[in-house]
Structures are given as C-alpha cells and as structure tokens.
Design a protein around this ligand. Structure first.
Ligand code: ZN
Length: 87
C-alpha cells in the first residue's frame, strides 16, 4: 500500500487519503507459473495535496513516474468570495 507521496523530491508521509490524489495503474505482472499466463496487478500511487496541484502520475516506457501537469497553473484562481468582495 501507498505510504508516501510519489514525488521523489517530496516523499511526504500519507496520513489522510482525503488529501491529495490517488492514481491507480493496471500493470503487467510476472508470468504465473501454474498456467503460463501473464498476471495483472494494480499499482497505487499517491500525490500529496501540494504535489497533486502541479503534478500527475504517468505511465510510460520507462515506468510510472510523477511528471508536471501540462496545464498546470502557476496561480490559483481566487476564491469566489474574494472575487465578490473585490468587484
Ligand atoms: Zn508531495
């Protein structure tokens, strides 16, 4: 099971699942010795709240790694209440 943020530069311990984001990948496992079929297994990755804002987990030929979100925004949108007060 996941215990730390999947961003290698962060590694924040996982305490609350409601924070951040869980990614699940269906990866090919080893060969099952009894029937010769390739087994499948699910791998779970967690990005903490801070990392999930700018990163996603992606599966590529090199494996599964944390990458920057292509559409990552530098600035967060203002909360609705703040926009109302400002206008
Ligand atoms: Zn993190």
């Amino acid at each position: 099971m996941v215990s730390n943020c999947a961003n290698p530069n962060c590694g924040k311990p996982l305490h609350y699942l409601r924070e951040g984001r869980i990614f699940v990948f269906d990866v090919a496992g080893g060969i099952d010795g009894s029937n010769g079929k390739r087994t499948r297994r699910l791998e779970h990755f967690w990005l903490c709240g801070a990392c999930a804002q700018t990163m996603v987990m992606r599966q590529s030929a090199e494996g599964i790694q944390a990458v920057m979100r292509p559409q990552a925004r530098i600035h967060r949108p203002m909360p609705v209440a703040t926009q109302y007060l400002a206008s």
